[in-house]
Design a protein around this ligand. Structure first.
Ligand SMILES: [Zn+2]
Length: 222
């Protein structure tokens, strides 16, 4: 990341990086997850963590942690049936949609961006989001990749920027914001192999998305 200005790294006990970072430091997991989630290796070199995947200061470890969370938080994680809860199938959805996963500095405008068949993840994703929040980003961007663009402007009360584009019209539109929030909600409710504090981070983020990312408030309180 020679050209990036990396911000101060938030406390890794709080963000979940200590817990999940210990788990992803496993060659068998990395060898499976790297191709399964379409990491484009060229974009993870030069300081992004390609050759230092156990280093939770770096983007590669921080995204692998989110992928571990996505895959193993359901009690019976082998069940990825679409008819079960989002906690079960989110890992499969991202795996099937994600194409060409790239790590980049970004200019601070976006956390991540999906365009032309690839997903770009930026510093804001790696360093402003906790581990469940990064899993949310993967779900969000995968939903874009799956063909659902944003279809509304943020409402007047939105912390994402009143009147700006990038919102979803409704929960029932089943767009990127809904997919991300739905996952966090299930992770909060039934997530395993985690801590109550990390589940609470997921609840707070899901509620924030529900309260701010839809032109018509979904009306849910988690
Ligand atoms: Zn989006």
């Amino acid at each position: 990341m020679a050209n990036c200005t990396v911000p101060d790294i938030p406390d890794k006990n709080t963000t979940g990086d200590t817990l999940y970072g210990g788990r992803i430091c496993d060659q068998i997991f990395v060898d499976w997850a790297w191709p399964a989630y379409k990491f484009n290796s060229e974009y993870w070199k030069h300081g992004f963590g390609f050759d230092d995947v156990c280093n939770t200061d770096l983007p590669a470890a921080r995204m692998l942690s989110a992928i571990w969370l996505l895959n193993y938080s359901a009690e019976d994680y082998m069940n990825e049936d679409w008819n079960s809860s989002c906690l079960q199938w989110a890992c499969r959805y991202v795996r099937e949609q994600v194409g060409d996963l790239r790590s980049m500095c970004g200019d601070g405008t976006y956390i991540a961006y999906t365009t032309g068949g690839h997903i770009e993840l930026y510093l804001g994703c790696f360093y402003s989001k906790d581990v469940p929040g990064r899993a949310e980003t993967l779900m969000h961007e995968s939903r874009h990749q799956g063909g659902k663009p944003h279809d509304a402007n943020f409402p007047s009360w939105s912390g994402f920027g009143a009147g700006k584009s990038g919102a979803d019209s409704t929960w029932d539109y089943e767009g990127a914001w809904m997919y991300g929030a739905l996952y966090l909600w299930w992770f909060y409710a039934e997530g395993t192999r985690t801590t109550p504090a990390i589940r609470e981070l997921a609840r707070q983020r899901a509620q924030y998305v529900i309260d701010n990312a839809f032109a018509t408030h979904p009306g849910y309180v988690i």
